[in-house]
Write a protein that binds this ligand. Structure first.
Ligand SMILES: Cc1ncc(COP(=O)(O)O)c(C=O)c1O
Length: 403
């Protein structure tokens, strides 16, 4: 590390997910690592983006979001999330959920304050907390059910707790939090005067007739919750960088300020197109779930045929699979073997746990064209016969992952 870098850069390693995508490109592997789909946004949304460019939406938007997008968002969250917001004062449009999360944490956490984080977690939450000087307190959602352990959660709340971060539905487990679990979180937040930040970026991709419930819709929670989501996953637009944070005006004040100085605003023409996306009819959301459910079933079939034990996801487009039956030292060694020798890139499960303590799983993502998934299946079918070659070429991934 250069002597000029600030010490905070050393608090966390590089993103493992992006690293796996680089290895996928280097070794010509099918990329089932990074969580972006290989299909386009709906055609009417693409068209709206082109029209917005031509219509002159090419300068800064209002920093906290284009009026049309904020209005469309207020209508959507009233209808789907059971949350009433004032589009003038209770939303900040950000550069993706990612910016929304870091701006929210920076705006709320004082150095030394504790932040409860459920693990397995999406990789941003811990670096974001550390950048703010916060101290993460981890609560494991244990496979196979990934249910909240009431005692463990209660033990994680102390008089230093400032925040709890929830990812509902959860990446990587595909868990959808139940109403009872949300009520427990609500009660603890109220008892300890804690704020909740909820990342709901997979809110529409929920299977088996399950219902996603927004924590902010529970009694007493709107005033102590920042709800974050965006267009990346629901409308296949991860490259557009449009997301938002909603919450009570006073709680959002810090997010608004930090956002102005971090990025000024999200891309203006794409905010216009996002407003069109949010106004799509209900059948779009039904279609979206059907498309992903088809892929989920193919992915699970491939894993079964290849001899993996897996944890069936209730939501999102990932599946965690147990690798203990394959005889590898850990998940890094296994992921490296898969990307180099088998030709399929996945994410080592340890990247979703603090200090990488849990090393018995890898994550597959299935937001891919059907033929790509079938190609991954063909490659994975050779897994057993290729196993002998693995040990000679290990180490690249572990080397890159040093902080
Ligand atoms: C749980 C979760 N939150 C946030 C993001 C990033 O979202 P965005 O593209 O809106 O920044 C991802 C991307 O994979 C994710 O899985």
């Amino acid at each position: 590390m250069s002597k000029y870098l600030a010490s905070r850069v050393g608090y966390f390693p590089e993103s493992v997910i992006r690293l796996m995508s680089q290895l996928a490109a280097k070794y010509g592997a099918v990329n089932l690592a990074q969580g972006s789909p290989d299909f386009n946004p709906p055609s009417e949304v693409l068209e709206a983006a082109k029209q917005a460019l031509d219509a002159g939406y090419n300068q800064y938007a209002i920093a906290w979001g284009s009026p049309r997008l904020r209005q469309a968002l207020a209508e959507r969250v009233r209808k789907y999330n059971n949350i009433e917001i004032d589009p003038e004062t209770e939303v900040v449009v950000t550069c993706g959920t990612t910016e929304g999360m870091v701006a929210s944490i920076l705006s709320l956490v004082e150095p030394g304050e504790e932040v409860v984080v459920f693990e397995p977690f999406y990789e941003n939450y811990v670096p974001d907390t550390l950048l703010a000087g916060g101290v993460p307190r981890f609560v494991e959602l244990k496979p196979p059910s990934f249910a909240v352990d009431e005692e463990e959660l209660k033990n994680a709340f102390t008089n230093k707790t400032k925040l709890v971060i929830l990812n509902n539905p959860n990446n990587p487990s595909g868990k959808v939090f139940t109403y009872e679990e949300l009520k427990l979180i609500r009660d603890l937040c109220v008892d300890y005067d804690v704020i909740a930040i909820v990342d709901e970026v997979y809110e529409y991709i929920v299977y088996d007739g399950l219902r996603h419930i927004s924590l902010a819709s529970l009694d007493g929670m709107f005033e102590r919750t920042l709800t974050i989501s965006g267009i990346s996953k629901t409308y296949n637009a991860t490259g557009w960088r449009v997301g938002w944070v909603i919450g009570e005006q006073a709680l959002l004040e810090g997010v608004k300020k930090i956002h102005e100085f971090l990025t000024v605003g999200a891309p203006n023409p794409l905010q216009e197109a996002a407003a069109t996306a949010l106004s799509l009819p209900d059948e779009y959301y039904r279609w979206l779930v059907e498309q992903y459910d088809k892929r989920r079933m193919i992915m699970l079939r491939i894993l079964e045929e290849t001899g993996f034990k897996y944890y069936k996801p209730q939501a999102a487009y990932y599946v965690l699979a147990d690798i203990t039956g394959f005889g590898f030292e850990d998940d890094n060694a296994f992921a490296e073997f898969l990307v180099k020798d088998v030709g399929v890139a996945v994410v080592p499960g340890s990247s979703f746990y603090h200090d990488c303590w849990r090393k018995d799983m890898v994550r597959f993502q299935f937001a891919r064209h059907l033929e790509i998934l079938e190609e991954a299946g063909k490659r994975l079918a050779r897994l057993s016969s290729l196993r002998g070659q693995a040990s000679q070429r290990c180490g690249e991934l572990a080397e890159c992952r040093k902080p």
